[in-house]
Design a protein around this ligand. Structure first.
Ligand code: IMP
Ligand code: MG
Length: 169
């Protein structure tokens, strides 16, 4: 495994994102942080602890059909939000935006619930692999096209607990 992003670099970036988001949302009421299960949990927890503003935390669980090399863009909600996000300011937390198909589906779904605002914060962004154009408001790291694990990202359910981001060979 090749380490691409170290634990130190991750911590530094998460702290930066935390203060940026805290500034941007300083005047905003009713912020709901929505973490997408399961990959983004590690990032969402670390990021949320860097926020100096009030918010509530909720989770949405999804499962995608197809494989990472042949994504179908069909997503099923396996665990819905417990929060009614109508008239709330929603910040969606993703681990990685790759083809964008998952995020595209999620945004369409969440928009039908009439949030006051809806923004996206992703830990990793691979714009070179995009199939669906999606808005990304906050990103940790932009990466080249490769399959990565660690910091919540898995391969067949493994490696989520790696403290670094690594490329699987
Ligand atoms: P997308 O729909 O292609 O943008 O990616 C959807 C999901 O696939 C992400 O939320 C991840 O769970 C997973 N995924 C995509 N690329 C990677 C990767 O490089 N490593 C681990 N999981 C990935
Ligand atoms: Mg995911």
């Amino acid at each position: 495994m090749d380490i691409l992003i170290t634990e130190e670099e991750i911590n530094e970036k998460v702290a930066q994102l935390g203060s940026l988001i805290s500034q941007d949302y300083a005047q905003v009421r009713d912020l709901v942080i929505v973490a997408v299960l399961r990959g983004s949990v590690y990032f969402a927890v670390d990021l949320s602890r860097q926020l100096s503003i009030p918010f509530t935390l909720d989770f949405i669980g999804i499962s995608s059909y197809g494989t990472s090399s042949d994504p179908l863009g069909i997503v099923r909600i396996t665990k819905d939000l417990d929060t009614n996000i109508a008239q709330k300011n929603v910040l969606l937390i993703e681990d990685i935006v790759d083809t964008g198909l998952t995020l595209n589906y999620l945004l369409k779904n969440l928009r039908t619930r009439n949030p006051l605002s809806l923004r996206v914060c992703t830990f990793l962004d691979m714009p070179g692999r995009r199939i669906a154009p999606v808005p990304v408001d906050y990103r940790g790291f932009e990466m080249e096209n490769c399959f990565v694990v660690g910091y919540g990202l898995d391969y067949n359910g493994r490696y989520r607990n790696l403290k670094e981001i690594a490329a699987l060979k």
